[in-house]
Design a protein around this ligand. Sequence first.
Ligand code: HEM
Length: 208
Amino acid sequence: MALTGLFLSLFLVIHLLGNFQLLLPEEQAKEQYNLYSNLLSNNPIIKLIAYVLYATILLHTIDAINLTIKAKKANGLSYVKDNRNRASKWYARQMMLLGTVVFAFLVIHFKDFWYPYKFGELPMDDNGNKDLYTLVMISFQELWYVILYAVAILGLGFHLLHGFFSAFRSLGVYHPKYNRIIKSVGVAFAVSMSIGYLIIPFYIYFNF
Ligand code: HEM
């Protein structure tokens, strides 16, 4: 769970940096984003990493379902009086729900961007690359779609807020000396990923 989570976190950073190109001036963004996407999807090493990524998403999901079933069985009866807020934050107890939000988002995300790009008939740009840029721009013209992304990204942010620290603890990095620093890095990571991913749909909605 921890290793797959950290690998997915690394993907999030790279994916965000790639998508920041959408915020460049229009002509430059279009040319650069489409070229970048074309180079990535035709590079055999990146292709291999992409298959590892898909497998990691599935592994992380299956592991999460297993863990939740085990935890339910171990807990037995439900609490008479719910005092758990004293020991843990709500988002730490709702990791499965938050993960489900992210998974549902990914299904929509793959259907709207990934599938049309890999298997659809997208128009070409002036350089002969599939025009993924325009597809993304058009999608974020709709307010409901921007809100859908915002909800999913907030879900992801809270998932990371607990997940990052929890991953290190699962890997055995749990010591009073390091806990505070790992927690702070985790908070910084969750906040910067959330803000970074939120900026993109809102920027496109308000500027195009
Ligand atoms: C809000 C800004 C985002 C934009 C504009 C965006 C855009 C895209 C686009 C255009 C693709 C299809 C082309 C490609 O495969 O590279 C894609 C793929 C993907 N996105 Fe996003 N994305 C965003 C956020 C996210 C988030 C928050 C996640 C994770 C929770 C995510 C996970 C993925 C994954 C796993 C793929 C497939 C990558 C691959 O096949 O190599 N994306 N994204």
